[in-house]
Unconditional design. Structure first.
Length: 301
């Protein structure tokens, strides 16, 4: 008797995890620039000169991380090309010449890479290019009328705009502010301003995650009882449990920590709580990387 095929392979799961990290770096950099720092970098924002310079430097530091994420994603895409060609029963060169979706993907990767590279040199228009490349890249299935194929990319984009942006805000934004030479009250005020910019982005992303997460679950389960009777469904339940912990930390930060902001002490307290939120988010990515390589719960698929 031939050995039974495993439900998933750790090598494939690790590959997916790397892809998630790359996507979150890219979309997180976009969310950080336009959500967290967007209002602060507009003319007439009310910031003093040193505060504006600090925000500009923070954006410039986020751009290379976004660039790394897109380059990482591009490398994974190139690695997948032979498999994509095999599924289409053509050679790789033929796939590149004839598949409009592949061509669109390549074009948007180039736009995103160029945008982040320009933004790294403190050229603000680079951020617009990077945003087009990253966001349109997630929605590329629309260009070919493949509506079902945009469900997972939008789900991932929303996750990146929430958790990826939170990572950028804590690792780059808060670190830059709390280690700066600004007066204590100015550090607290600028930190609070960043959080106020992040909050609506986070709320919108969480709502999108919930909606498209439910749609994704239904597409892979097909019936509610498969949630607890199939390996896919049980793994999904584990993911939902960890997601609940992430949401709980996020709700705590929003309802309890955010109103206290305005002082450096409150900013440091929020940073500690947000780090815990990020730790549980990393577990979500790990479980998701296992989930996406498991067979569907729907029989025959």
């Amino acid at each position: 008797m031939a050995p039974q095929e495993p439900l998933f392979q750790w090598s494939k799961s690790l590959f997916e995890l790397v892809g998630f990290i790359a996507s979150f770096l890219a979309s997180g950099a976009i969310g950080f620039r336009f959500g967290v720092l967007g209002a602060a970098l507009k003319p007439g924002s009310g910031l003093i000169h040193d505060e504006r310079l600090l925000c500009e430097r923070a954006a410039a530091r986020a751009a290379p991380l976004g660039l790394a994420g897109v380059l990482w994603d591009a490398g994974l895409f190139v690695w997948r090309l032979p498999q994509m060609a095999a599924r289409a029963h053509v050679e790789v060169l033929d796939l590149l010449r004839t598949d409009s979706l592949v061509q669109t993907r390549i074009a948007l990767l180039v736009v995103a890479i160029g945008g982040f590279a320009i933004a790294s040199r403190k050229r603000d228009y680079g951020w617009m290019l990077a945003a087009v490349g990253v966001v349109a890249g997630a929605l590329r299935g629309v260009f070919a009328g493949q509506w079902r194929q945009i469900v997972n990319p939008i789900h991932m984009l929303a996750g990146g705009l929430w958790i990826g942006t939170l990572f950028m805000m804590i690792a780059i934004g808060f670190t830059a502010v709390l280690s700066s030479r600004l007066q204590t009250e100015r550090r607290g005020s600028l930190s609070a301003r960043m959080v106020r910019g992040f909050s609506p982005l986070a709320l919108g992303s969480v709502a999108t995650l919930a909606a498209f997460g439910l749609l994704t679950a239904w597409l892979h389960l097909g019936a509610i009882d498969r949630l607890w009777t199939t390996p896919y469904g049980k793994t999904l339940l584990v993911k939902l449990g960890v997601v609940t912990l992430v949401l709980a930390f996020g709700a705590w930060n929003w309802r309890r920590q955010k109103p206290r902001l305005g002082s450096e002490t409150a900013a440091r307290s929020l940073r500690a709580s947000a780090i815990a939120e990020l730790a549980f988010a990393a577990l979500v990515l790990l479980v998701t990387s296992v989930l996406v390589v498991m067979p569907d719960a729907i029989p025959g698929r």
